[in-house]
Write a protein that binds this ligand. Structure first.
Ligand SMILES: Cc1ncc(COP(=O)(O)O)c(C=O)c1O
Length: 345
């Protein structure tokens, strides 16, 4: 049995999701005539208490569009040094928006309001780029699925208001934070100018992200999405998958979190593991003992049909998801407990 813990993006649509997709009512979404997408966008806007929403092919495009809306060439945004928008979107902040990032040395991908305040360039000092946007990520990917303290999110909003900054949330895995912390979409919608959410991660859709914001911002987003090549035609087939996921795959995220915590508890007992980062949601990040070779460890897992990835600097990552079943979970724990790992000679 192949056990793929590389990412929560590796899931395939369930039969129920495929049935929903195949019976979707579709039209040309570039002409705004796809009734399934119109329904999805209205539903998600309403969930977040926002005026409008726009469907995107990827989280990257949704984030990059938000950044483009909120910045002018030469501007600077503030984000944590672990931020996906900075590390993993191909340099899109500079490529698409001609803007730069001021990186904050936060904790597991999360900054404090005071760190954000200190990172703002003085507006009267014309040598510095103009700070115009703060981007945060919840849950944090490189931070190991960590969830923000909502009070800190609110404090950062205050700093943004005091300094006339826009505030964007990369909520690729916001669903996981909502389930784990018992928070609501409305409470997030009431704080941020724009929020991107992904349906293609823990929610199990093959493709799809949504950006929410004001009507004015989403009108701008529609134009930018078109420029980026993200205007799609009968995309309601994917919209139907998203609607299905919202109904069937949201609450079950707790199962992924529980399994991730159990994996972490097992890893902590193994002699070839140095440390396991705190586990709050579906991401497990751990470090091998210094005398264990990473490539050899990954190869041993592969021989056992277990697939995970390295994140650099000696960190390894496992992500639980919809296609990671309880049988796979039992098998993984049994294999981990029985592993013998070669050490450096
Ligand atoms: C936190 C975060 N933001 C954005 C994205 C980008 O999503 P996509 O792969 O759909 O472009 C990812 C992808 O893993 C992510 O983890």
């Amino acid at each position: 049995m192949k056990i793929n813990l590389i990412s929560d993006t590796t899931t395939r649509p369930t039969q129920g999701m495929l049935d929903a997709m195949m019976s979707a009512k579709v039209g040309d979404d570039v002409f705004k005539e796809d009734e399934t997408i119109n329904l999805l966008e209205a539903k998600i806007a309403n969930m977040f208490n926002k005026e409008a929403a726009l469907f995107f092919p990827s989280g990257t495009m949704a984030n990059q569009t938000a950044i483009k809306i909120h910045t002018q060439p030469g501007d600077q945004l503030i984000c944590d040094k672990y931020a996906h928008v900075y590390n993993y979107e191909g340099g899109g902040v500079s490529f698409n928006s001609n803007a730069s990032c001021k990186l904050v040395d936060g904790n597991r991908g999360m900054m404090t309001a005071e760190q954000v305040r200190a990172a703002i360039n003085p507006p009267d000092f014309y040598h510095s780029p103009l700070t115009s946007l703060v981007c945060i990520e919840n849950t944090t990917n490189k931070g190991g699925g960590a969830c923000w303290d909502f009070k800190e999110i609110e404090k950062i909003r205050k700093v943004c208001d005091e300094h006339h900054l826009k505030y964007h949330l990369d909520g690729a895995r916001l669903w996981n934070a909502l389930v784990e912390k018992g928070e609501t979409t409305q409470q997030y919608g009431n704080i941020f100018d724009t929020i991107s959410v992904c349906l293609s991660k823990g929610m199990g859709c093959p493709i799809g992200s949504v950006l929410v914001g004001s009507k004015e911002d989403m009108d701008k987003a529609l134009r930018i999405r078109k420029i980026l090549g993200g205007g799609m035609r009968q995309v309601g087939y994917l919209g139907a998958a998203a609607l299905y996921a919202l109904e069937h795959h949201f609450e079950r995220l707790q199962e992924d979190h529980d399994r991730a915590k159990e994996i972490g508890n097992t890893l902590k007992t193994l002699p070839f593991i140095k440390s396991v980062e705190p586990i709050e949601t579906n991401i497990v990040i751990f470090n091998l003992a210094d005398d264990v070779d990473e490539q050899a460890f990954l190869a041993t897992l592969k021989e056992n049909d277990i697939y995970i990835i390295g994140m650099g600097q000696g960190k390894l990552r496992m992500v639980t998801h919809l296609d990671y079943t309880s049988e796979m979970h039992d098998q993984l724990l049994t294999i981990l407990n029985g592993l013998t790992i070669k050490k450096h000679s």
